[in-house]
Design a protein. Structure first.
Length: 363
């Protein structure tokens, strides 16, 4: 009977040894993984994995996430150490380490997003400070820096070092264009625009680069800004970099919507062509007059109908025909049919329709 039981005992002993080896290997792997978490945690805290000097937000993130990695590594190591008393601790250590994987993915994603945001903020700051456009030209940058500070005396002093106020910075950017576009969000910088104009900056000057069309961009700012440019001799019939009359750009961008009518009247009062048309190269509204352009916008922006009526009262020609055969009468009738079939007409449409009826335009 003893000889029969020997092979079974041998097999059992071999299985036990194999299990012990597997558990030992598993334990070693857990030790290595816990150590890796610890190393990553320490390196992350010290900023060695990305440079915590990039921004305060990243510095704080490295400390928080690094501490979490370090805690996971320590907890996994402690659990692995206790595995000599109970192998269930190895399972717990493995669970702890596995929980760190989604954290790692989240950290990598968050830091990548934050780096992009930091880079964006740094880029915006470079643009706002004038360093992006003029940083490689000290004389121009000195004027730009004074513009950002809205220091009129500093602008005058720095401008003395410039033989030409129209001198271009990066991508052809002019100082006047820089001041005009900066005033979109900082209306007080209109004073800097006025100072540049008083020193001889030409409101009509362009060098062919889009970042030199100061007057065209003044129609996106406050009425006070546009008036300053026109007072200095700005051409109300100027065109933007795409060849579009600037009066047609009065409603583009979202700055100072309450000044739209004031800007329109400023341009018209200074001699802008009330029948200005979009260039034929435009994919939309090619050949449309100012009146047609605003009327076309009516279904989406009801105040455009009020603008159209205002233009007619200021003697816009309702008989002009666009390249596609569209005219004011046809457009108005089409819009009325749309409102009849669908939602009702906005309140601003009725006065325009009545004006057209009273003047015999509808046919």
């Amino acid at each position: 009977m003893g000889s029969v039981g020997a092979p079974s005992l041998c097999k059992s002993s071999w299985a036990d040894k194999t299990a012990i080896v597997i558990w030992k290997v598993f334990q070693i792997v857990l030790w290595l993984a816990a150590g890796a978490y610890g190393v990553v945690g320490v390196l992350t805290i010290t900023g060695a994995l990305g440079g915590s000097r990039e921004a305060d937000s990243l510095s704080r993130a490295y400390i928080v996430f690094g501490s979490l990695f370090l805690m996971i590594g320590v907890m996994a190591a402690v659990a692995t150490l206790f595995a000599n008393k109970w192998r269930g601790w190895l399972i717990l250590a493995a669970v702890i380490l596995c929980l760190g994987l989604p954290l790692g993915l989240f950290v990598a994603f968050w830091i990548d997003m934050e780096k992009g945001e930091v880079h964006r903020r740094q880029g915006e700051e470079e643009v706002r400070s004038g360093r992006w456009d003029f940083g490689d030209q000290p004389a121009l940058f000195a004027v730009a820096h004074a513009i950002v500070k809205n220091d009129q005396e500093a602008i005058r002093a720095a401008a003395k070092a410039l033989p030409d106020l129209q001198a271009p910075g990066r991508d052809g950017t002019t100082l006047l264009y820089f001041a005009v576009t900066q005033s979109w969000q900082r209306p007080e910088l209109v004073e800097s625009v006025k100072t540049l104009l008083s020193l001889g900056a030409d409101p009509n000057y362009t060098n062919g680069h889009r970042d030199s069309f100061a007057l065209a961009n003044a129609v996106h700012g406050s009425a006070r800004l546009l008036q300053s440019m026109l007072d200095a001799g700005g051409n109300p019939n100027a065109r933007d970099e795409f060849g579009r009359p600037i009066i047609l750009m009065n409603w583009y961008l979202g700055y100072y919507p309450n000044d739209q009518r004031a800007r329109l009247d400023l341009l018209l009062d200074r001699g802008a062509d009330i029948n200005s048309t979009m260039p034929e190269i435009e994919s939309e509204f090619a050949g449309y007059t100012l009146l047609l352009y605003r009327t076309e916008m009516g279904p989406r922006y009801s105040d455009a109908y009020a603008d159209a009526l205002h233009l007619l009262e200021r003697r816009a020609d309702p008989n002009c025909v666009a390249g596609d055969g569209m005219n004011f009468s046809k457009m108005l009738i089409q819009h009325r049919e749309q409102f009849t079939r669908g939602r009702g007409a906005p309140a601003e449409f009725a006065p325009l329709w009545k004006w057209a009826q009273a003047h015999g335009i509808l046919r």
